[in-house]
Design a protein. Structure first.
Length: 173
């Protein structure tokens, strides 16, 4: 797990959770994992934010009972195109298959996306297309450094990993 120290779950306030997540985001901003890019590398930092994953912009309930963990946020092919104000503001593109289907899935549990905490196991930007594979060692590094600390901070009752790669990285299999 990451180097941050956290208070026991029952002693952490909403504000303390926000501050711990902010420190983790600052750690991500300073981290480099070659050959991957960082959010700040595109359009003069257009997509950079004070969250581990921009996806959290639309789902950052730090007291959520459900956490959603995707594999990764975007690829260089996607981010090198004309900047998307929606992607910047909302942390997602409504046209993506995941972002279209997830609200329906959550609806079966009586939840809206904004009531969860969403993040990605891999907070860096892979080179090439959206479908490029991320080596397991890199996913595991990111899960240990960023995802597991986020789970500890938010302390949801349930963490749902979207996809086998994200699941294996987070659960270490």
């Amino acid at each position: 797990m990451g180097s941050a120290t956290f208070l026991p779950n029952d002693m952490r306030t909403t504000e303390q959770k926000r501050k711990a997540l902010f420190r983790l985001a600052k750690q991500r901003q300073a981290d480099r994992l070659p050959p991957y890019a960082c959010l700040a590398d595109f359009h003069g930092g257009f997509y950079e934010c004070d969250l581990v994953s921009p996806w959290s912009k639309s789902a950052r309930n730090v007291d959520a009972e459900v956490m959603i963990i995707g594999q990764d946020w975007a690829s260089s092919d996607v981010l090198e195109k004309k900047p998307s104000e929606d992607r910047r503001r909302l942390g997602q593109e409504s046209s993506s298959t995941t972002n279209k289907k997830l609200p329906e899935f959550l609806g079966y549990m009586g939840l809206q996306f904004c009531e969860t905490y969403a993040t990605n196991a891999f907070p860096f930007i892979k080179r090439g297309s959206k479908s490029e594979r991320i080596p397991r060692k890199d996913l595991v590094y990111c899960a240990e450094t960023y995802t597991l600390p986020q789970i500890e901070i938010v302390s949801p009752l349930m963490a749902i990993c979207l996809g086998k790669a994200a699941f294996r990285a987070v659960y270490g299999i």
